[in-house]
Design a protein around this ligand. Sequence first.
Ligand code: UDP
Length: 327
Amino acid sequence: MKAVITGGAGFIGSHLSDHLIAQGHEVVVIDDLSTGSLDNLSRIRSSPALRFVQGDILDRDLVDSLVEGADAVYHLAAAVGVHTIVDNPLRSLRTNLHGTENVVEAAVRHRVPYMVASTSEVYGKNDADGLTEHDDRIYGSPLKSRWSYAAAKGLDELVAYVHGTESDVPCVITRFFNVVGPRQTGRYGMVVPRFVDQAVSGEPITVYGTGTQRRCFGSVFDVVPTLPRLLETPEAYHQAVNLGGHEEISIKGLADRVVELTGSESEITYMDYEEAYGEGYEDMQRRYPDTSLARRLIGYEPTRDLNAIIDSIIEYRRSVEAVPTPA
Ligand code: UDP
């Protein structure tokens, strides 16, 4: 089987590339290396089963030529990370909106089953206890930069869904809830690698807001193997499926945990959202997934606990060169 992975040199995309190649498949990665890195592909770089194409998903002809003849498309390329979205709103919108349209249209044109990566951000400020796939989205103003990512991803889901149902080409939308693991960089906002970087290099750990906001972190190693399985499961077609972990923690609790697991002497500091992200920033207080749909469809059951997840990130961080974390 030949799979095209957009964003295949990124965090989740590179783990999926590893996984599919280990299973004996061919993988074509398209990545512009804006936030992804060839280092992420080092394990499979010399494999004849990997073809790497440096390119932009906004390049319609390139996307079309790669998708033609493929057996599956995994669309993971996106402008990600709160700092990326807030600092480059127009570029992020183009990539996340038109890029997805290009990929989905190519998949439908060539009748290739496709997966589109979405995010728990689509639930916005809905802090329900166990968000299910049909729960409402509660956004702030679209003019607040924070919500532009959620707005674009919400439209991506619609693009994926409408094209998929009208053409009857199989598609699955996956909503990732704070998926973390080795290779994720803290440069663009993600809190776990940021805290780990700060703790390992002895810098202050920057908790934004009060630190009482809660998240539930999922392991990339639990999530990645589910992606091809969902795409092979007809009951999953034309649905959005939550994927993530089950162990919830406050951001202050996360900072304490990272200090404990690294044995760091870093102090924990607090920073206003405005100072961290600019004016008008809104955070979500809580985001906890109900993953029973994934369990029903493919028996999804996350197996790694938070300490094991953080330990794997610490180990990775110590194995690569120090990368400075911007404030
Ligand atoms: N956060 C933090 N310090 C950081 C980066 C993030 O306290 O250096 C907070 C952020 O405000 C949010 C939580 O950690 O409340 C998760 O942030 P992330 O960007 O990882 O994911 P998301 O907000 O999309 O859930």
